[in-house]
Design a protein around this ligand. Structure first.
Ligand SMILES: C[S@@+](CC[C@H](N)C(=O)[O-])C[C@H]1O[C@@H](n2cnc3c(N)ncnc32)[C@H](O)[C@@H]1O
Length: 260
């Protein structure tokens, strides 16, 4: 019988599968990054997160599919040769930015559980003609990756979607090499009461699963992480006609380390 956790994951998979399929169905004209793009929910979403220099040269379909809440590679200090894992890589945007930073001697793995997102990400990779990125199907609560196989984990607005965050952090610790680090952009609750919304729709929109910073920190500590830092990374998504109620959540950047 399907558990509550299975149901949440299925909803998440459906939501992001539909988003990927919508982007895949857009014609090149509809994908033009000049504001005319009409097939995704908010054509300006990526422009709020990334600067022009970062976006230039990326496949427009990866920009159209962007569904993050921060810019995890901006401050991750990625170095040539590092092995990077992106949890919930979506259309691949952060993997492509990471790939430029780690270069040909480095490697980037994008992990995602949604088949249509992987199809889109792989098509975007083919457009770029790069070799140092691969996209792998799997769940971040049970990663199909060997122990100590990556140096840096990044993620953009994905851990908040997980109904089992302890498993995500235990698995992150397992696959990181000693001395490795995580740089996550995520949505968190502003107070210990948690988010003020709790519908399935709000789960898949990254709010109902948002946790208070202290709860999140405790999970990271239990998994073994040290030197944990949280900083605000709020992006204002509200549009003029947005009538959604306040959700008591905001964007944060989280950095944590596995001891050497
Ligand atoms: C909000 S989107 C963010 C995508 C991407 N990081 C970005 O910034 O555009 C969430 C992505 O995480 C994936 N995802 C959600 N839960 C997951 C899980 N438990 N394991 C693996 N992927 C997951 C979804 O399929 C979707 O592609």
């Amino acid at each position: 019988m399907a558990t509550e956790q299975d149901k949440i994951k299925e909803l998440v998979r459906e939501r992001y599968g539909a988003r990927a399929e919508r982007v895949i169905s857009l014609t090149p004209v509809e994908l033009e990054p000049d504001g005319s793009c009409c097939g995704v929910e908010d054509p300006e979403h990526a422009m709020r997160l990334y600067n022009e220099g970062q976006l230039s040269g990326l496949p427009v379909a990866s920009i159209a599919a962007s569904a993050g809440c921060g810019n995890p590679t901006a401050l991750a200090g990625l170095k040539p040769g590092e092995r990077v894992l992106d949890l919930g890589s979506g259309g691949g945007i952060d993997c492509f930015l990471a790939s430029q930073q780690v270069g040909n001697t480095g490697h980037v793995t994008g992990l995602d559980m949604t088949p249509a997102m992987l199809e889109l990400a792989r098509a975007n990779k083919a457009k770029l003609g790069i070799e140092n990125v691969e996209f792998v199907q799997g769940e971040m609560e049970k990663m199909p990756l060997p122990d100590t196989s990556v140096d840096v984990i990044i993620s953009n607005c994905v851990v908040c979607l997980s109904p089992d965050k302890d498993a995500v952090f235990t698995e992150s610790y397992r696959v990181l090499s000693p001395g490795g680090r995580i740089h996550l952009s995520d949505v968190m609750a502003l107070t210990a009461d948690g988010p003020s919304v709790n519908t399935p729709e709000e789960w898949v929109s990254c709010t109902a699963g948002a946790e208070y910073v202290d709860v999140y920190r405790d999970r990271l500590v239990r998994a073994g992480f040290v030197d944990i830092e949280f900083t605000s990374e709020s992006v204002d998504y509200k549009k003029d006609d947005d009538e959604r109620p306040p959700t008591n959540t905001a964007g944060y950047k989280v950095v944590a380390h596995k001891p050497a």
